[in-house]
Design a binder for this molecule. Sequence first.
Ligand code: 2P0
Length: 349
Amino acid sequence: MSTDHERGRGRRQAKVLDRGSTAVAHPNIALIKYWGKRDERLVVPYVDSLSMTLDVFPTSTTVRLSPGARADRVTLDGTSAEGEVRRRVVAFLDLVRELAGRTEPAAVDTRNAVPTGAGLASSASGFAALAVAASAAYGLDLDDTALSRLARRGSASAARSIFGGYALCHAGQGVGAAADLSSYAEPVPVPDFDPALVIALVDAGPKAVSSRVAMRRTVETSPLYEAWARSSKDDLTDMREMLSRGDLEGVGEIAERNALGMHATMLAARPAVRYLSPATVAVLDGVIQLRRDGVPAYATMDAGPNVKVLCHPADAGRVADTVLGAAPGCSVVTARCGPGARLRTAAGR
Ligand code: 2P0
């Protein structure tokens, strides 16, 4: 029979468990892009990618185990998630439960400070935060490499958000379990290079074609895809060299050509995938004008119309003014290098 003291402790523990495990992660922007999967089920990329984790737009995710519940509950920004979002989160929880040898359902509460689905990598911060919170909630003790591999199963770009600063995601080798094991991100130490990234939010609405669908179509139908994937290898080698030198102009030129090349592969897909809008092109013209005026500024775009402009922190104000002049009505946020995904509160700890 338990004593009052023990019952009190049990209640306290239950209360602690109720808080769940909360993790925070930030989005990242790829300077060398990932585009295309060689294994869709395991989410294994065709190409290596290299990114900068940001210090803005964090995602905070809490995972609480609900042993009495009949199914998982998924809440995104205070609203019950349905459809594809819920399906991806539940599939991810199934994977964590399989790894942990557990079966309890969970309640997942995610808060995004970034517009979801607008090409601003909300899935990167989202699945990085979910990987950290869910693995803690289910009692998995994973190192950063294993967390990165796990986050990749949610979204390949999420593998990079496990790390702060710069991260390289390996496409890995082989097929099946070998591919899964060898595809993960690792930090790239870059001393003395902390540029600004001026983010032009030209349209915060959800995108017309998901990156998953767009990637598949590009790989299957674009005659330019293979050429870009090949040239991306050289871009990565050159990028690592320029990063180690802290050469903003070198880094910017390579990032811009890699991103434009990726969008070219999509434009050549059948039917074409075009994420770049008239406002995107106006901002790109503004960036070219800045360079003509002697301001080193370089653009990169992801699966959406928003533009991220890499520049010296001292030039960020001028870059932001140019962006606002080029695309009136857009909003501008300036980011710097940010931290890796971290556990805030661990259940029962
Ligand atoms: C990247 N993007 O490297 C590339 C560049 C967008 C363009 O990763 O299908 O949400 O979940 O693995 O990671 C966006 O796609 O795609 C992305 P999935 P994800 O950042």
